[in-house]
Design a binder for this molecule. Structure first.
Ligand SMILES: [Cu+2]
Length: 184
């Protein structure tokens, strides 16, 4: 260590600055190479992740109300996803009537009792909460969609296969605006 320093100093004194500088830049070059290796590792990891993502089931689900009726449309009353899948759920509120605000609240249960509890709690929670009460039975929820508005939520489907209820929690809608998410 000491001798190499000395050599370097000697080089400087002998006006071989370039040689010494060359040594330093060799060091830089190797650290650049390390950097490049790290970056390419990261790129590889990212492309692995991208590959994993495309392998995984990212399911696109689109739900709509039945026009201005207080109901989900026929094709929006049930959907099926694989356990643990990433679900991109879109609610297209195709209603035009000013009172037809909607959301989709996915529950951890298919029991009427739970749907009613959450639906009632949503009314109490009110507009400030987007009609989303603080309830452990809520797995995921979209924001409230005004008529003509599209809202979205991304969530992970339960790992447990089964049937899970979803409801619209806008005032008074939960008793009729219901559907089921089937997890296989
Ligand atoms: Cu609704």
């Amino acid at each position: 260590m000491k001798s190499s320093r000395f050599l370097c100093l000697f080089s400087l004194l002998a006006l071989l600055f370039a040689a010494c500088g060359g040594g330093a830049s060799d060091g830089d070059a190797s650290s650049d190479a390390d950097h490049a290796a790290t970056e390419s590792d990261m790129a590889a990891a990212e492309s692995d992740m991208a590959a994993d993502h495309s392998d995984m089931d990212v399911v696109e689900i689109v739900l709509r109300p039945d026009g201005d009726n207080l109901a989900f449309d026929e094709s929006s009353t049930s959907f099926t996803v694989q356990a643990g899948a990433t679900v991109n759920l879109t609610l297209e509120n195709v209603a035009t009537a000013a009172v037809m605000l909607h959301n989709v609240v996915i529950l951890s249960s298919n029991e009427d009792e739970v749907a009613n509890r959450v639906g009632m709690a949503a009314i109490a929670a009110g507009e400030a909460s987007g009609f989303i009460p603080d309830d452990a039975a809520i797995l995921a929820a979209t924001p409230l969609a005004q008529p003509g508005e599209t809202v979205q939520v991304t969530f992970e489907a339960p790992s447990e296969p089964g049937t899970y209820r979803y409801i619209c929690t806008y005032i008074g809608h939960h008793t009729v605006m219901q559907g089921t998410m089937v997890v296989t």
